[in-house]
Design a protein around this ligand. Structure first.
Ligand SMILES: [Zn+2]
Length: 224
């Protein structure tokens, strides 16, 4: 049976034939990570400068676990009340952590794409970088593609007028992921919409995205 790969969700999945990467948040309390596959990271919304070293130490410890498949979500957010320079510092630490563990990184980026691209150009990390929940304009989409980011699209695909729906055809299928994020929708519904826009059967999309996933996680095929 083909698998729906959900690269980023905040909810435990009850859907059949689905492999979900659940997002575990730092600071606000670590969720129980005994069962399932996860990403862990310090999200810019929850960075607390006063406890950053303890939080990072905790993150480092957890990130080594074999069922933690990715670092994140983490990144840059221009709409929050935390210095961009500090956000960058915390993000760079997480990029280095991801590099040292050879795990991909899942990125939250709000109105800071030029900073994100500049960081990638400067640091040249070898690990895959996945921009999640992308719903921005074609120009930014192309820049991310050109800089070898993976792009994950989510519930915006349910709206045919969204940037995500308009851009999906411009994203090379080898750089595409799909996700539900914090929304209460089914990953199978997101795949169905994506498959309509791409005029590809759902099974073909499932297989391609699973291949993308195998490529980005470390070469242990037992994860799927
Ligand atoms: Zn999220």
């Amino acid at each position: 049976m083909p698998i729906y790969l959900n690269i980023h969700t905040h909810h435990p999945s009850t859907e059949k034939d689905t492999l979900s990467i659940k997002n575990a948040q730092t600071v606000s309390g670590w969720m129980d990570m005994a069962v399932g596959k996860f990403s862990v990271g310090l999200h810019p919304w929850y960075i607390k400068p006063e406890s950053i070293d303890e939080d990072f130490a905790q993150l480092e410890k957890l990130a080594r676990q074999p069922n933690i498949l990715a670092i994140g979500e983490c990144g840059l957010d221009r709409l929050i009340n935390l210095e961009m320079s500090f956000q960058k510092e915390v993000f760079i630490r997480q990029i280095h952590l991801a590099e040292s563990l050879q795990k991909p990184i899942i990125i939250h980026c709000v109105k800071a794409y030029s900073e994100l691209i500049a960081l990638k150009k400067k640091l040249k990390p070898r690990i895959p970088m996945i921009v999640h929940g992308f719903n921005n304009n074609t120009q930014i989409c192309q820049q991310l593609i050109n800089h070898q980011f993976y792009i994950s699209l989510g519930s915006a695909l349910l709206n045919p007028e969204s940037n995500a729906s308009k851009n999906i055809l411009t994203i090379p299928i080898k750089q595409l992921f799909l996700e539900t994020d914090d929304k209460n929708c089914f990953i199978s519904t997101i795949f169905a919409h994506a498959s309509t826009y791409l005029t590809e059967p759902v099974e073909v999309l499932q297989e391609q995205i699973l291949q993308n996933f195998k490529r980005v996680v470390s070469a242990d095929s037992s994860v799927v």
